[in-house]
Design a protein around this ligand. Structure first.
Ligand SMILES: Nc1ncnc2c1ncn2[C@@H]1O[C@H](COP(=O)(O)OP(=O)(O)O)[C@@H](O)[C@H]1O
Ligand SMILES: [Mg+2]
Length: 265
């Protein structure tokens, strides 16, 4: 059982000036093993804070987060992270980036080499093992980041706007890759994105968060990730229901942003 449970999670940051920022208020949800969750919301609504709490980089000021029945109280190998582009070790080769976690665990070299080859093939980078990372395009770098995360066999994969810096075409290919990995590994995946379309495609569950204080505003259960496993993503985007939900969420977020601007004006 690797349910991820957020139970009345609260997070308040205290600034050096003494000012308090209520970044998350009363966030509760259960993510079951193998679920694919996307999280959407205007800038500053606490998406990254939520991810950092689950990663164990931060401790909540209220409530608790559990994985596999144990409270999360720090980072752990059962939670893998994929960040925005630029988080690789640029001075290392592709293989050296991918097997970094295994080397830290002092796993035998021959096994590492075999695993690296397997993962490079899954992410579409076979033959690139010896390439210096800085020579890769943005999309290829994110493929390395995925392989580097997956090789450690985490229960939960946490991604914070992993495709945000990619051009549209590369991004679409990477969205297909995320779906493929979800299907083939059966892992629990939580992905934060700024893009409504991406959230619809990469979430069988989708949370829309609202700001000030950051909180869960609305949840959707969506068929598009399943559809995207069988059809071209372009066709999924032309589905009538896809268009309807996209418009609904776009106006929801638009209204939140109007309200934020109203408050700060
Ligand atoms: N370390 C921190 N110290 C103080 N305030 C923070 C810190 N991290 C985030 N915040 C504040 O918490 C709120 C949520 O931030 P964040 O989680 O980064 O939002 P998002 O990822 O949705 O854009 C923002 O108001 C932000 O300024
Ligand atoms: Mg963020």
């Amino acid at each position: 059982m690797s349910d991820l449970i957020a139970d009345h999670v609260d997070m308040t940051f205290t600034m050096p000036s003494g000012e308090q920022v209520h970044a998350l208020k009363d966030v509760s949800f259960t993510l079951k093993e193998g679920e694919l969750l996307s999280v959407l919301g205007p800038s500053g609504c606490g998406k990254t804070t939520l991810l950092n709490l689950i990663a164990g980089f931060l401790r909540p000021t209220g409530g608790r987060i559990e994985l596999n029945g144990a409270e999360i109280d720090g980072p752990g190998v059962e939670r893998g992270m994929v960040f925005q582009q630029g988080a690789l070790f640029e001075w290392l080769t592709v293989s050296e980036n991918v097997d970094f976690g295994l080397r830290m665990k002092k796993s035998p070299k021959a096994i590492n080499r075999q695993k690296v080859e397997e993962w490079l093939e899954i992410v579409g980078l076979q033959g690139f093992g010896d390439t210096p990372t800085y020579q890769l395009s943005g999309g290829m770098q994110q493929r390395v980041a995925l392989a580097r995360c997956l090789i450690n066999d985490p229960d939960v994969i946490l991604m914070d706007e992993p495709l945000g810096a990619l051009d549209a075409l590369t991004r679409e290919k990477m969205q297909s890759l995320v779906l493929k990995i979800w299907k083939e590994t059966g892992k629990t995946i939580m992905i934060i994105t700024h893009s409504v379309e991406e959230a619809l495609l990469l979430g069988e569950r989708l949370f829309v968060m609202a700001p000030r204080p950051g909180r869960l505003h609305k949840e959707y259960n969506l068929p598009f990730a399943e559809m995207g496993l069988k059809q071209d993503l372009r066709d999924v985007k032309h589905d009538a229901q896809f268009g309807e939900v996209r418009e609904e969420i776009l106006s929801m977020i638009w209204n939140m942003e109007e309200e934020i601007m109203g408050k700060s004006a």
